[in-house]
Design a protein around this ligand. Structure first.
Ligand SMILES: *Cc1c(COP(=O)(O)O)cnc(C)c1O
Length: 386
């Protein structure tokens, strides 16, 4: 990838429409392949479980390098089932970050535990290992690093702290399909990992789906029970469970798309390199930072910029849709007001919430839309305050 270095256009040429996501472009070349899979499922009338689900689980476990993959109905279910299977009890504390999607903490609470926030590393936006130990109490059971924006958290020190204190580590890998850390894939590093296949993720279904990966056979078995009403076989309920299965149509489309994910992730990295090349001289912008020994898969391309809201509106006026991930950290959400954590509690997470801006990022984006976006961004920054 890389691309030749081109000077940023000083004048913006013809206006363009740059959507934040373009899933239709991803599906167009795969349409025949997906429809033929769906047609055979329609004919078989086997919509829940069955061969396509089993084959996808095998393929996804192989892709991550784990012994087991248990497909479920969403990334949120994947997280919740892991925490329930690990035996979280009321009062148990689980350490995680405030700059994530609420599913990370909802699932901890819904499994009976209490989320405890720690701050992030201001460069990678992932859990800062240096802040963990001061938050460990006798009630702490585990740590949940979130591999935010497509980059794996700094797992070696996190695992070392966990081992020292007898804690488990669960990866929230919902944004990191195919990312790696010291050669290990997301999903294969902690005790278990949760993936989301929500349509806009790097590997996305045409509806809701998720998966748990793990090398722990007993945990995988427990999660298989939990996703299917606790059934070991039809109408034999070992435990009370949930309706949390992945359906056959989603598994089939995921299996088709899985064969393209490495190629798509490479295109995302190529697009990131183009953005970096075009924006590297703008001192008003903090570009994404990829730490050593990590393969970033750029689920999102997030910059930090002053006057973020002005810049977002200016881009919108030019036809470029940017995103915000995430504008309010969880500890300042109404849902967590009972924690009584004030603004200022987690400075790095709060800084990122105020300044982060997600530029359009998808494999099909391409150089013209990147050039246009960068030109609009440059113009927005230079006009602020004039
Ligand atoms: C998408 C996402 C989830 C939730 O996944 P769903 O499939 O939407 O339930 C959890 N955590 C993170 C970090 C996510 O990005």
């Amino acid at each position: 990838m890389g691309g030749k270095s081109r000077p940023l256009r000083s004048k913006i040429g013809d206006s363009m429409n740059v959507p934040f996501l373009d899933l239709a472009a991803q599906h167009r070349p795969l349409k025949a392949e997906i429809l033929s899979q769906w047609e055979s499922i329609l004919d078989s009338a086997s919509f829940v479980g069955g061969e396509s689900v089993e084959l996808f689980e095998k393929d996804f476990a192989k892709f991550c390098g784990t012994d087991h993959c248990v497909s479920v109905n969403s990334g949120t279910d994947a997280l919740r089932f892991i925490f329930i299977a690990l035996g979280l009890r009321p009062g148990d504390e689980v350490i995680t970050v405030p700059n994530t999607f609420i599913a990370t903490t909802e699932s901890i609470s819904q499994a009976g535990g209490t989320p405890v926030f720690v701050d992030i590393d201001p460069k990678t936006y992932t859990l800062n290992p240096d802040t963990i130990e001061e938050h460990i109490t006798p009630k702490t059971r585990g740590i949940v690093p979130v591999h935010l924006y497509g980059q794996i958290a700094d797992m070696d020190p996190i695992l070392a702290i966990a081992q020292k204190h007898g804690l488990w580590v669960v990866e929230d890998a919902c944004q990191a399909h195919g990312a790696s850390y010291n050669g290990k894939k997301a999903g294969a590093i902690g005790r278990a990992a949760a993936f989301s296949f929500y349509p806009g993720k790097n590997l996305g279904a045409c509806g809701e789906a998720g998966a748990v990966t793990t090398n722990d056979a007993a945990l995988a078995t427990k999660i298989r029970l939990l996703r299917d009403h606790g059934q070991s076989e039809k109408y034999h309920h070992e435990i009370e469970g949930y309706n949390g299965r992945c359906d056959a149509l989603q598994a089939a489309v995921l299996r088709v798309k899985l064969s393209y994910i490495d190629q798509w992730n490479a295109l995302r990295r190529g697009n990131a390199a183009l953005y970096e090349d075009r924006l590297k001289d703008l001192r008003e912008i903090a570009l994404p930072f990829t730490a050593k020994q990590r393969l970033h898969v750029f689920h999102l391309f997030v910059i930090c910029v002053e006057n973020r809201d002005f810049v977002t509106r200016a881009l919108k006026e030019k036809g470029v849709t940017a995103g915000l991930h995430y504008p309010t950290p969880l500890h300042l959400q109404k849902a967590y007001s009972k924690m009584e954590l004030r603004a200022g509690s987690f400075p790095a997470a709060e800084y990122s919430a105020r300044h982060c801006l997600s530029l359009p990022m998808y494999p099909e984006l391409g150089v013209d839309r990147i050039d246009y976006t960068c030109a609009c961004l440059k113009e927005a920054i230079s006009t602020y305050g004039n």
